[in-house]
Design a protein around this ligand. Structure first.
Ligand SMILES: [Zn+2]
Length: 483
């Protein structure tokens, strides 16, 4: 293994994170320069032991410095039973240590953390600071040697970690044996380049537990309803970052915050938007697949029901399962705010991109032209005057869970049509199937319905049995990672 950066992280786990000159000699010099350049490796005290390279036995001996020649100049020797006194190149005694304090500091900068950086356990544990990520504030810690035998001492000594409501543990290369908290290996999620240390924040955001659904609902804003109000009387219009609710004579706009959605990537918000897009009912599941259900999607629907009932204290259930179809239907009326210009109907399939995200959701992006007016402020009257209008290209995106699209079971297993979609995305838009393949034909029909397009999103070349997608297909799915 000559990858010095990887070895650097592994070495950070050890009691003495040091590299000898003999080791460094066999590693790529550019990686050594990189680590030295960033200060992550710094020169340490010279070695007091050296391995004999005179006799072939490979024995290690204590170095003695002997005066030889010019007064005051000392030369290192080691004793060898076979050869006698063996002089050692002073260069071979140089050592480089991983600077863990500086590593902690750089991680803090890269992560954009706030709050104090503090050393909780010298050489082992640093409290790096905190930031908002995936729905809540999280405290970040760097823990070295979390897999060592004495690791229990870390958890006993560092109450900060135990007491933190949502700790995120960063380890150089080895995760703790028992994992009470999410732990991330820096060797896997960081890169060290000329520019510095970079870190895959999305990966952390995707992997930390998203417990925001379970947040106490008592601070959710609510809407005044009469005793006899029914869900059917309520109309919800979904905007870009808010909803507009109307019930009889009452109207009110709610921001994402009012509704306790954590942001545009909040799963419950995305579910509500999907209901808006599909006019209140999610598409039926394409093929029913039996098997044990993980029921996580059902749980999301149930959480959304609960949130809606808190905001709109109306009797009965706002969302019902559609029997036998694997779909859900809202009892209230729901739609998208067309003023927001969404969903954008693409003019051509070529203006669409379907992207498989790392967590398995599908992002649908549409390019379109948007008319805008450039305005200037009149110097004298201070009034805004339209001076110019133009067109510019915009891209709007929405993200969907495969289950919401009716393309996966409750447990998240893609149906046959879902598999067609994934095959297109993972193969850059080309798949080999028969021209009368039922799943491809059904998928094509479903895609047209989603996007409100009459034209064909797919092309078929009979003599090659090749289906090609007119829209752009992409994936950023990670290869399965060893854990
Ligand atoms: Zn020897």
């Amino acid at each position: 293994m000559t990858d010095l950066v990887r070895r650097f992280w592994l070495r950070c786990e050890e009691t003495e994170p040091l590299f000898s000159a003999d080791e460094i000699r066999w590693t790529p010099p550019e990686q050594f320069d990189l680590l030295r350049g960033h200060g992550l490796l710094r020169e340490a005290a010279r070695a007091t032991w050296a391995v004999c390279d005179a006799c072939g036995e490979g024995h290690a001996e204590e170095v003695v410095w002997i005066s030889r020649g010019a007064p005051g100049s000392l030369t290192p020797f080691i004793p060898c039973p076979a050869v006698g006194g063996v002089p050692i190149e002073p260069e071979r005694l140089r050592r480089w240590a991983a600077d863990l304090d500086l590593t902690a500091l750089k991680l803090r900068e890269t992560l954009g953390l706030i709050g104090g950086l503090s050393l909780l356990f010298p050489g082992r544990v640093w409290s790096l600071g905190r930031r908002h990520l995936a729905g809540r504030f999280r405290d970040f810690f760097l823990v070295c040697g979390a897999a060592r035998e004495d690791a229990h001492a870390i958890w006993e000594r560092c109450r900060h970690i135990v007491d933190a409501p949502s700790p995120v543990i960063l380890v150089p290369a080895r995760s703790p044996q028992q994992k009470p908290w999410p732990a991330f290996r820096l060797a896997d999620i960081t890169a060290i380049t000329e520019g510095g240390l970079t870190l895959d924040m999305d990966y952390i955001a995707d992997a930390v537990p998203r417990d925001s659904y379970a947040m106490p609902a008592k601070t959710v804003a609510s809407f005044p309803v009469g005793d006899d109000a029914r869900w059917e009387d309520l109309r919800i219009t979904i905007g870009e970052g808010s909803i507009f609710a109307e019930l009889r004579n009452e109207q009110r706009e709610f921001s994402l915050d009012d509704l306790q959605f954590t942001g545009s990537d909040d799963r419950l918000w995305q579910l509500l938007r999907a209901f808006g897009r599909f006019g209140g009912e999610t598409p039926a599941r394409s093929t029913s697949v039996s098997g044990k259900d993980a029921a996580t999607f059902r749980k999301q629907v149930s959480d959304l029901r609960q949130r809606l009932t808190t905001v709109f204290p109306i009797a009965g259930e706002p969302i019902r399962a559609v029997h036998g179809k694997g779909a859900y239907r809202c009892l209230f009326q729901i739609g998208l705010d067309r003023r927001d210009g969404f969903p954008v109907r693409p003019e051509r399939w070529e203006d669409c991109q379907l992207l498989e995200l790392r967590d398995g959701r599908i992002q649908i992006s549409v390019k379109s032209k948007e008319v805008f007016a450039a305005r200037s402020r009149d110097e004298e009257s201070q009034r805004l005057t339209a001076i110019d209008a133009g067109e510019r290209e915009t891209v709007r995106s929405e993200e969907y869970d495969l289950r919401i699209l009716g393309l996966a079971t409750e447990a998240g297993i893609p149906t046959a049509e879902g598999a067609v979609l994934l095959e297109f995305l993972r193969s850059g838009g080309k798949i080999y199937r028969r021209g009368d393949d039922k799943d491809v034909l059904r998928f094509r029909q479903r895609l047209r319905a989603w996007m409100g397009m009459d034209s064909d999103p797919l092309q078929f070349i009979p003599n090659r049995r090749l289906w090609t997608a007119k829209f752009e297909c992409a994936t950023v799915r990670r290869q399965a990672e060893p854990e």
